[in-house]
Write a protein that binds this ligand. Structure first.
Ligand SMILES: *Cc1c(COP(=O)(O)O)cnc(C)c1O
Length: 471
């Protein structure tokens, strides 16, 4: 071993001396002795290894530098893995970014039940055991016109449970045009098989007729099912059987008709200048015996799967053990109930429900945000990037209204230099993601684009730009 390496190894501070350093005493106060000691050992171990591997030619091994690294590692470990981000991707209900943002009313309701005991399954009037569904059922009945309602962890669970409860060991005809895959693992044929029912494909990809369903029905048929093609649209020479007609066919044969709406808007979105999406009450009015839909798509609430419809069918679903295995947690029930309460006053909905507010935001208002943010971004980045505001199109997301786009504005950053453009854009996107509140945008067409439709807290966005690493 060369001498220089030996002497440098010997000058690495000891764990004990570091633990006595005033700056480390502060860290111990904050993070605890155990975690601090463990990270000090780790940092020193890495440093000694680097010294050995480089014949002692390692950077600064002074106490201050070591303490800085320990402090940074402790901070990183204390940071929650799941945290807030700015969603500037242009997809409002982004599944990977947590879908719908919740209103203050929901957050307050969640805190109230999360921090103490609640009447989750307890009837305050009689003092007897109660049912957790009651906190949401009445509201859902009012808002959809359905006889009964129940709820589970998400819509995938709602579909699975409905099929398992009503169609196990029986046949379910579904149009070939509706055998959808949603977000990877949710595929109608797979769900059917796992739920224990036999999928009977009817019609073709582009055309399915009433007679296709009628011919498929036999004594083993449990029900007719329609799946809303949420994330794509079939155009051209197409034909589908509408809900009303499917309900009639089903009822003529004494079987239920169920429809999986996916997004399940509770109100007519066109009132807010958005494209029309079939509503739950329309499906019920059209004769659906059960409707399943998500809580965190267009409804704008927490992750949940909602099942509304005929009382006898809902009762059957509630008795199924899978209902117990997929039931909602009290915090989610509190949030869902608070969100549904907002729907009781549709006049104020657009200001109080963030998901709807963002979807209905005017492009003039968004242009204003883009202009202000472009000024802030140009201050930091104009040396290497052209900063412009440009019209763009937002998507609703979560498979809702797949072909419709919403007029929006983006701040667009383009590298000034042609050379190494791709790498620079990648690094820029990475730099934005490394901010305390990560900013998620999109790299496309040789530019980094930030659709500011979902940017409401401009101050928090601008404030942290000073921490943007150089790229
Ligand atoms: C989104 C969707 C689902 C799955 O809903 P999750 O709430 O994500 O589980 C099922 N069916 C349709 C038609 C959908 O659009």
């Amino acid at each position: 071993m060369p001498n220089s390496q030996n002497s440098r190894l010997a000058s690495v501070p000891s764990v004990d001396s570091l633990l006595r350093a005033p700056a480390v005493v502060v860290l111990i106060e904050q993070h605890g002795r155990q975690s601090t000691t463990k990270i000090i050992r780790d940092v020193l171990g890495n440093l000694r290894q680097r010294l050995a591997e480089t014949d002692g030619a390692v950077e600064d091994i002074g106490e201050n530098r070591i303490i800085d690294e320990v402090s940074a590692r402790l901070d990183a470990a204390a940071m929650p893995s799941l945290r807030r981000v700015f969603n500037l991707t242009g997809t409002v209900l982004h599944t990977n970014l947590g879908r719908a943002p919740l209103p203050d009313e929901a957050v307050e309701a969640m805190i109230a039940v999360a921090t103490g005991a609640s009447n989750l399954e307890y009837e305050l009037e009689s003092g007897k055991r109660g049912d957790r569904d009651v906190h949401v059922e009445e509201l859902l009945r009012d808002l959809t016109g359905a006889e009964a309602a129940t709820m589970v962890n998400n819509n995938a669970a709602a579909v699975f449970l409905s099929l398992n409860a009503l169609a196990i060991r029986k046949e379910v005809p579904v149009s070939r045009g509706e055998l959808v895959e949603i977000g990877g693992a949710f595929r109608i044929p797979d769900i059917m098989r796992r739920a224990g029912c036999k999928l009977v494909e009817v019609g073709t990809t582009n055309r399915t007729h009433a007679r296709d369903y009628i011919e498929a029905i036999n004594p083993k048929t449990a029900l007719l099912m329609k799946v809303h093609t949420s994330n794509y649209s079939v155009e051209g020479f197409t034909k589908e059987v509408d809900e009303k007609e499917m309900a009639e066919i089903a009822h003529d044969h004494d079987i239920p008709f169920i429809t999986d709406l996916g997004s399940g808007a509770l109100i007519d979105m066109s009132v807010y200048g958005l494209p029309h999406e079939p509503t739950v009450s329309e499906a019920i009015a059209n004769g659906a015996d059960l409707v399943t839909f998500s809580g965190d798509k267009l409804l704008g609430g927490p992750q949940a799967g909602l099942i509304v419809g005929r009382k006898d069918l809902v009762e059957k679903i509630k008795k199924n053990p899978i209902k117990r295995a997929t039931r909602l947690d009290k915090v989610t029930i509190a949030a869902l109930s608070a969100v549904l309460q907002l729907y009781r006053n549709p006049d104020r909905l657009v200001e109080r429900l963030p998901a709807l507010r963002l979807l209905a935001r005017s492009s003039d208002e968004i242009e204003g945000v883009a202009g202000r943010m472009a000024v802030e971004l140009a201050k930091r980045l104009s040396a290497s990037f052209d900063v412009t505001t440009e019209p763009c199109q937002s998507q609703i997301g979560s498979g809702s209204l797949p072909v419709e786009r919403l007029d929006s504005y983006a701040v667009v950053l383009r590298p000034r230099e042609e050379k190494g453009k791709g790498g620079r854009l990648k690094r820029l996107a990475g730099a934005f993601r490394s901010l305390p509140i990560a900013v998620v945008g999109r790299v496309q067409d040789d530019a980094f684009s930030l659709d500011v439709r979902c940017l409401e807290n401009e101050a928090a966005f601008s404030e942290q730009l000073s921490k943007l690493p150089a790229v």
